[in-house]
Ligand binder design. Structure first.
Ligand code: NAD
Length: 435
């Protein structure tokens, strides 16, 4: 099959490479000419483990190519995926659908044969219908169907998530389109991946409900962590104790500094807006958003408290800037709250991240950028771990103590054991463990 994918970001690029690996002929289009030029040379603009190899192999096979121009690719396509960004609209939190409708407009102008138009972008319930309406208005003769096929991949393990997903959700209402979608995902049928075939609205809502549920689960354990700190309980063991109940499950029960990233913050906001507009307010989701925002704001204070109540003139080493490990994505990362808040209190920031520094340099000012964790800790008054990169899981404690001016470690990801750190001579602060 011939597929066009609009958008060569985290989702578009991974989807393009994986569909090519399934054996389809894929053209991936992006408006960003520099990005496309780099991709044509085999340079990957994002950090995603394994993606460089997959892209290179499929370019070499002739199953994958990149372009800035849509019309030639679209002419030969059976399906076109929209995988452009849907960020939160500044000011009101609604999903900004400018890029989606911009892409639809281009598709409408250039469609010349039956094509299935698929939203892989996360779009609010009702968007698929609106795409149908806009398509018909712009090109009344066009032959097409609209499908919703939300993506559930996680940055950092995106290829495996795409190739071996827990499920594939397909919202479409024509048999012709459903048959095409099944053919596209045939390799996943062969490994018995559950397929949820449903209507447009249901598919769109599944994606938001999944992300809102996960964000709520994280926020729940974060509040339990606060209570653990007041009562002497240990949140790690509470999480294990409840997570072993099959109805609850152990995943997404890691207490931390609050969720960030390119999806949960904007998707919870957009879902809350939909609920309000439709007269079915989602009060749990609204509260989750508020609690998480406040939590991210509280994290700098935690570091200040660990430093004895003031960071004025003190050097703080920050390990990890991205919203999670194995990505260079900085969108809504907790570091974007913590670093400026510490700077406002007079701290000097030494920071290091294994993959996120290029992007971080465009978002954070007046930071001393370091070459590694020990470089960041050299002469610092305290160190804070913000992202649980593997590189930070097995730091040499003696080397840390030698580098730091004060042996203060604030571990916002609970990657060390309090008793080990205290025995090694640290003043150790983590989340929800009464230390
Ligand atoms: P991204 O910002 O990394 O990539 C979007 C790309 O689309 C950009 O490169 C941009 O230049 C390009 N673009 C914009 N308009 C275009 C047009 N008309 N034609 C061609 N290209 C165009 O975004 P992302 O993180 O890949 O997210 C894309 C969508 O997938 C969002 O709706 C997001 O919510 C959803 N999603 C993301 C993830 C994730 O982990 N990042 C996971 C699941 C779903």
């Amino acid at each position: 099959m011939q597929i066009t994918i609009l958008g060569a970001g985290y989702v578009g690029l991974v989807s393009a490479a994986c569909f090519a690996e399934f054996g389809h002929k894929v053209v991936c289009i992006d408006k960003d000419a520099a990005r496309v030029a780099a991709l044509q040379k085999g340079e990957i603009p994002i950090f995603e483990p394994g993606l460089d190899e997959l892209v290179a192999r499929n370019i070499a096979n002739g199953t994958l190519r990149f372009d800035t121009a849509l019309p030639p690719a679209l002419k030969q396509s059976d399906a076109v995926f929209i995988a452009v960004g849907t960020p939160a609209r500044r000011g009101d939190g609604y999903a900004d659908l400018t890029y989606v409708y911009g892409a639809v407009e281009e598709v409408a102008q250039n469609l010349s044969r039956y094509t299935v138009i698929i939203t892989k972008s996360t779009v609010p319930v009702g968007t698929g219908r609106e795409i149908e309406r806009r398509m018909r208005a712009a090109n009344p003769k066009a032959e097409f169907d609209v499908c919703s096929n939300p993506e559930f991949l996680r940055e950092g393990s995106a290829i495996n998530d795409f190739m071996r997903p827990d499920r594939v959700v397909i919202g479409c209402e024509s048999e012709r389109a459903a048959a095409l979608m099944k053919a596209l995902y045939r390799p996943l049928y062969l490994i018995e991946t559950p397929m949820v075939m449903t209507g447009l609205e249901t598919a769109e809502l599944i994606k938001y409900a999944a992300n809102a549920f996960l964000a709520t689960k994280i926020t729940f354990i974060n509040e339990i962590a606060d209570l653990c700190e007041k009562t002497g309980a240990d949140v790690q063991i509470v999480a294990k104790g409840i997570g072993l109940d099959g109805r609850i499950g152990r995943k997404f029960l890691h207490a931390g500094p609050g969720y960030g990233g390119s999806c949960f913050p904007k998707d919870t906001l957009a879902l809350a807006r939909t609920g309000q507009d439709k007269g079915a307010p989602l009060r749990l989701v609204e509260t989750t958003i508020a609690v998480n925002e406040q939590r991210k704001k509280n994290m700098a204070q935690r570091i200040i408290n660990a430093c004895g109540g003031s960071v004025k003139g003190k050097t703080i080493a920050i390990l990890g800037l991205t919203f999670k490990p194995n990505t260079d994505d900085m969108r809504d990362s907790v570091s974007l709250d913590v670093v400026p808040d510490l700077q406002d209190e007079g701290a000097i920031i030494h920071a290091y991240d294994p993959a996120g520094m290029k992007e971080a340099k465009t978002l954070l000012q007046n930071v001393h950028w370091c070459n590694g964790p020990y470089d960041a800790m050299q002469g610092a008054d305290a160190v804070a771990i913000l992202t649980e990169w593997n590189e930070f899981r097995a730091l040499d404690l003696a080397q840390m103590l030698a580098a730091l001016k004060q042996p203060i470690l604030v571990d916002l990801r609970n990657i060390y054991q309090p008793e080990d750190m205290i025995a090694a001579g640290f003043r150790y602060v983590s989340i929800g463990r009464g230390d």
